[in-house]
Each structure stands twice: as structure tokens, then as C-alpha cells.
Design a binder for this molecule. Sequence first.
Ligand SMILES: Nc1ncnc2c1ncn2[C@@H]1O[C@H](COP(=O)(O)OP(=O)(O)OP(=O)(O)O)[C@@H](O)[C@H]1O
Ligand SMILES: [Mg+2]
Length: 366
Amino acid sequence: MSSELRVEQLRKVFTTGKPPVAKAAVDDVSFTIAAGEIVVLLGPSGCGKTTTLRCVAGLEHPTSGRIVIGGTMYTDPQAGVLVPPRSRNLGMVFQSYAVWPHMTVRQNVAYPLKARGTPRAELNKAVAQALDLVELGSYADRPVTQLSGGQMQRVALARSMVYQPQILLLDEPLSNLDAQLRLRLRDDLRRIIKRVGLTALYVTHDQTEAVVLGDRIGVMRDGKLLQLDTPSEIYNRPADLFVAGFTGASNVIDGTVVSRDGAFGVIAVGANERLTARLGDGVSEGSAVKVALRPDNVGLSPVGDGPNRFKVRVASRHYQGTQTVYELTLAGATIEALEVGSAARHDVDSEIVVALPPEICWAYAV
Ligand SMILES: Nc1ncnc2c1ncn2[C@@H]1O[C@H](COP(=O)(O)OP(=O)(O)OP(=O)(O)O)[C@@H](O)[C@H]1O
Ligand SMILES: [Mg+2]
């Protein structure tokens, strides 16, 4: 039975060093995952993803906050509630292939059910189903040491799902695999989790993984959850400059807001140019802003008239086979533009016109 997960005002402070310094690894994080939903926590190294996950698992005792699973309180340090990990009925998959090397594939997957005293007939059925799900049915009697990394990770996944946990927790489960396998297993993972209908909390620093796997993505930085939204919202309406940058909007243009009209505004950029952009919260006339946009959103061959047309110079060109990255000089800034396809159409030092659609230019207060 998959359950809803509620994390409320979670805070975990670690005290380290001499003299001791207290630092919040998780700082007032709240979110809810609906039953059967996959939420991915995304953020740079050290932002508090694993600590959040370990608090949900009961492996870490938070400083304050509450964790409610399926309507039952599992963690509430203020009230002295801390249900131990083994009593939470959660599945866990980690970066390292945590399989038991002296066992076969079947024995590994059967282990959690044995430990729970599941009757043999039921156990056999559940193990066979779990192995089918991860497409390892024909490997059941192999020692796990004779498997590839990807296969071992699928054993770990089958083992963490075989007892129908309330929630599946995954901490960078693909990061030890080579690039090709990572892509395959990434797609498989979502399909498998969805087929079983599990509630999943998945942690990664890989933005593509987050987009492919998550129903929603939570972007973290310095222990804080900055935005929790669908992949499309995160990519099209990043809440702040960090979320924009971390999800690939690497171009930043400085400017000052000249006027605001609803969600959009006109921004003075460069020597004497005007850019229309979507304005973030707290941005008003006279505000200094940074405008972020994605290299793949720079329109390189616009047709006809439209807003935000700029004459730019091609400063450099990096041909990458299936795409070309250009550096363009625009309003005193250097921005990157991406051209998809094997033909590079623009020459270095040429002057071209680009279009920056206002809805994908996001202005944030500095
Ligand atoms: N046991 C601990 N004692 C002291 N500090 C810790 C401990 N565990 C984590 N931290 C600190 O808490 C912060 C968050 O760590 P955490 O492991 O949650 O990050 P993460 O987002 O999972 O990073 P990564 O992507 O590198 O795995 C870091 O600054 C880390 O150094
Ligand atoms: Mg981690």
C-alpha cells in the first residue's frame, strides 16, 4: 500500500569542528508527496538532499519538524515520537549496490520477506513478480557477484519493493553506472515505480534525471527548498535566479526595470536597448534585475517582426556534431545560444538577428 508523505518544517542541525559550529543541513523544509507520486529533490552537492531522505527513513533524527506517513506521525522530536527505521515499512535504494554478495539474485530479493516471516507460497509469488518487474526473472539463481552494475541496482530495486513498502526512497541510485546504462535504467525506473504505483522520494543532482523521473521536482539550496513544481513549471517559470541557473538558464543579462505591466515589464539593458521580460516577485519600476534565459530558448533565425529582436555579433562558435553553441554579444553581455542539428549556419564575426521570446526571459531582483 503506497502512502502519502508529509514533511513539515523539517530542520536538521549538525554541530561539527573545533570550536563547534552549528549549521542547518536541512532548514525549514516542508512538502507533501501524494500517494503514488514521484517527487525528486534536486540540488548541488551538500544542499541537504540525503539528510532530508535519511530523516524520512528514520536514519537521522531531525532537530525539529514532523514526518507523517499515511496519516501516522513517524517523527516528531518535540513530542518524543521517533519510529525506528525498521518499523516504517519503507523501501530504500542507494548509490552503492547494497546487495548481499554471498547470495543469489532470488535470495537477495527474498530476504526482506523472510525477515518478516512471510509464508513460503506468498514469498515465492512476490519474489517472482518483483524479479519480472525488473526483468531479471531468468537471472534468479545467479550469484549477484556475476551481475553488471545495472543488474545489481535492479536487484536492489526489486528487494526494496518486494514487501510493498509505503514509500520508496532512492538516493542517487544511478550515479555509479556508466552513461548508457544510466539512461536506460532511468527510463525503466519511472516505468517500474509507476506500474507498482509506489510513492517515491528520489534524490539527485542530475537535472535531466529529475525531469525524466519526477512528477514534481523540488529544487534545494543550502538546506532550503526553493521551489517544488512540475518539471514544466520549473523549466518555464523558475522561482529565482538559482533555480533558473541550476536547471540550465545559464545566460544572465543585467538591467533596470523601466516599466511594469502585469506579469511583464520593459527592462533597460546595455547601452540603450530595451528587453521585455517576465518579472519576478518584488520587481518594480526602477529595480535592478538580472534576466535569465536558456541557450536553447534563444531564437537564432526569427522570421517576421516580433518583440525582443536584437542585432548581435557572433563572438565564437563551438561545433559539437549534433548541435552548435554560439557565443553572442548582446547588450554588453555575452550570451550562449544553441542551434540544434548537424549544420552550423552562422559564421564567427557575422551580425545576426536573434529573438528572445518575453515569456522565457525571467527578470529577478538583484
Ligand atoms: N553526519 C554529519 N555530520 C555533520 N555534518 C553533516 C553530516 N551529514 C551531512 N552533513 C552536512 O550537511 C550538509 C548536507 O549534506 P547532505 O549529505 O544532505 O547533502 P546532499 O545534498 O545529499 O549532497 P550530495 O549531492 O553531495 O550527496 C552538508 O554540508 C554536509 O557536510
Ligand atoms: Mg547525498
